[in-house]
Design a protein around this ligand. Sequence first.
Ligand code: PA5
Length: 447
Amino acid sequence: MKLEVSKIESCSVFKNFKIEKISKVQQKKIVNNIFLKKISDMLGWLDVIDVREENLNNIEKFACQIRKKYKNFVVLGIGGSALGVKTLKHAFFDSIHKKEKIKTFVCDNIDSDGFISLLDALDLKKTIFNVITKSGSTSETLAQMSVVLKLLSDKKIKADKHIIVTTTKDNDLYQFAIKNNFKVFDIPKDVGGRFSVFSNVGIVPCAIMGLNIKELLSGAKMARENAKKYDYTNISYTSAYINYKALEKGFTNLVFMPYSDRLMLVSDYFAQLWAESLGKKFNRSGEEIFSGQTPIKALGVTDQHSQLQLYTEGPRDKIFMFLKVQEKIFDFTLDYDIPFMKKLNNIELSTLLNSEFFATRLSLSSLDIPNYSIIIDKIDEKNMGSLLFYLQMTTAFMGEMMEIDAYNQNGVEQSKVYTKASLGFEGLNEQKRLIEDFRKTQKLIGY
Ligand code: PA5
């Protein structure tokens, strides 16, 4: 994996910035704080990639048995418990219409139009569900599980043959799963949702889909090794540093723009990491700071015809992270003569995409808008492991630079509590009163 940073160095807001000049002293301190686990007790994700060979073999064996027995595999989860798998599934299967070894669905919403209609279309006797929730108490995921259990029971199908639960040892869901003889995979307590794709949260579903999990982890390890370096060749640190400096200079938005259909959902994966980890009311010293850099999801070339106008002529408050893949598995030579478009003859489709990628970068750079690119050779398990771990590391470094706790999500918890209150869960009287007031003051206009 490489970073192309020349258009950061030449951007006037960074005033003669050279990545070689990034302070090594400061970098060493931050790298050590993270790798020596001085700043948080939620850094288990750094080690979760060191799985023993024997354990990986067991997971692969289990995955193989699942594929022999079932036709469909449905992941039930939300946020960090779904996004990693969804991103990887899209990169390897959906976007190039390649079949997973077992037909896989990742359900991370409770809109019945989507969820119930999917279940209606599946033969439940041939379907296995993986309920994934670290806390074991997320309403959305438990509601999905409740639907599935009811449908299985209505159809007199024994649930224990159709449910796998991935959660933290000893929570209520864990106990429920054991009691009901469900197969259970553990999520370590010190691995938070959005940093959990390399734990059983992601590894088990990836193995079931038929991805090479050993390669995925070996890619992640490469990114971790790189992130331990104390100079600018540490690309996660350098990325965080650039984004942090941009934020200091008023670039409060970060556009993440893969030029790749297959990597389209990496934007969602990154957006969650960036938003949930860095959007914080307080810093580590308890001062109110309302920090964050808003991630904006874009896709090249598609959004050149939708968002680029704003990016070039709108507010100068955005830094750009592009993502580019060198190798394509499909390409096509344009050799049908369209008389009024001669220039589109005898070129590869990928050449057009590359030219547009270059053109977008040039238009932004010529307007002095900061942008840089992450470049990967090809989309395989090793590169994807490396890319997702690099994004986790970049987020962790950025959190340290901003002096915040990147591993909590109090803002999300608040909405979880309100949901429970509005459903009438016991206690929560203050929240129930707020909900009542909120409902009373609704004001509808329109037709
Ligand atoms: O990153 C996070 O911690 C969150 O996005 C969680 O993954 C999300 O809220 C789901 O939580 P849980 O896995 O406990 O169901």
